[in-house]
Write a protein of this length. Structure first.
Length: 353
């Protein structure tokens, strides 16, 4: 039986879409014109996934401002001076700061899924932001008249609704993006922040049945933006024992960019449970070199020495453009890597029987 292979999320936006976004922000085009560019980019991205032989399709996050920012569209109780995320090359990304409640998502991920499902007969996967990332919006000094406990209660309800709407709309699977896992250890080596994040995510995950959780996955990576990372220097040995305490059926684990993949695979084998499916990253979106199918095959065969094939799948390490303005990787390179992942997984499947 062929090993499953899935994308993680974002694909670099085409130039015409980036131009349309700039024109919209400058007031040169209206929302209808911008939406037409979004629709074109989504349709072309889904077509490219199909041409690459992808068994599972995503919309490439073409109409998301970023993997983390989609729920905040249209919200007004936000200030720009929130948590700063530093990357290894010196650049930063900054989250907004919540200034009032109650907290509600402005956009739900199911809206992207619904559009994608009209454009393909393939199974469609949907990525959502983990509630732990959204928890960073609440300021350390609090909000008058809106306590942190009230915010967390609202956030849990909103995150559940975001995921449930995707399942109800027919998502093949729903992936929670949890890129803040390793970063949490970097910020707090005691791992108190990490464990708070995991506990919060489990409050949401526990609202789903066992059958539903089998369709829910968690993606971890050390960040990927403008060809840089925020926490690759954090040892996976510090993250993985806690990561596998998340009550999800599937884990998508960045691996291609790790300097010692065999060591990480041993850690995965040691700390994961038999009911957890493991998708390993076999392509590195930050590396401009396109992996060959044979390299991918060999990485899969190496992983199969530690993870039983019936629990194994492949993915890309991360999205190729998690923030909409990241043009460090071309669309051509992204789809070439995806094609190599799919073909290499097929070659490995043949050898594994």
């Amino acid at each position: 039986m062929p090993l499953p292979s899935e994308p993680i999320g974002s694909i670099p936006r085409p130039k015409y879409l980036l131009d349309a976004l700039a024109d919209y922000q400058a007031g040169r085009i209206d929302q209808e014109s911008l939406d037409a560019s979004y629709d074109r980019a989504v349709a072309e991205t889904i077509e490219r996934f199909a041409e690459a032989g992808s068994p599972v399709i995503m919309d490439g996050e073409q109409s998301k401002p970023s993997f983390v920012g989609y729920p905040l569209q249209g919200l007004t109780a936000l200030e720009p001076d929130g948590v700063v995320i530093p990357f290894a090359d010196g650049h930063t990304r900054q989250l907004p700061r919540l200034s009032g409640g109650p907290f509600r998502y402005g956009v739900r991920a199911a809206s992207y899924l619904a559009k994608a499902k009209t454009l393909t007969d393939h199974p469609v996967k949907q990525a959502v932001i983990a509630p732990s990332a959204m928890s960073l919006l609440y300021p350390a000094d609090g909000i008058d008249g809106y306590s942190r406990d009230e915010f967390i209660a609202d956030l849990v309800n909103e995150a559940e609704a975001d995921i449930r709407a995707c399942l109800d709309a027919g998502a093949d699977s729903v992936q929670l993006d949890f890129t803040e896992g390793r970063l949490a250890i970097k910020l707090d080596p005691s791992k108190g922040v990490l464990r708070d994040f995991i506990a919060l995510n489990n409050v949401v995950l526990d609202r789903f049945s066992e059958a539903e959780r089998a369709k829910l996955g968690v993606h971890t990576c050390p960040g990927g933006d403008q060809d840089s990372v925020h926490s690759l220097d954090v040892d996976y040995a510090e993250l993985l024992p806690d990561l596998f305490q998340l009550h999800a059926g599937t884990f998508y684990i960045q691996l291609a960019s790790e300097p010692d993949r065999a060591r990480v695979l041993r850690l995965i084998a040691e700390h994961s449970s038999p009911h957890q499916r493991i998708f390993i990253g076999v392509t590195d979106p930050i590396d401009p070199r396109v992996e060959t199918a044979e390299e991918v095959r060999d990485r899969v065969l190496e992983a199969a020495r530690y993870i039983p094939p019936d629990r194994l799948g492949t993915c890309d390490d991360c999205g190729f453009s998690p923030f909409g303005d990241d043009v460090s990787t071309s669309r051509e390179t992204a789809f070439a890597k995806i094609a190599a992942r799919i073909e290499g997984t097929r070659l490995a499947s043949e050898q594994l029987g």
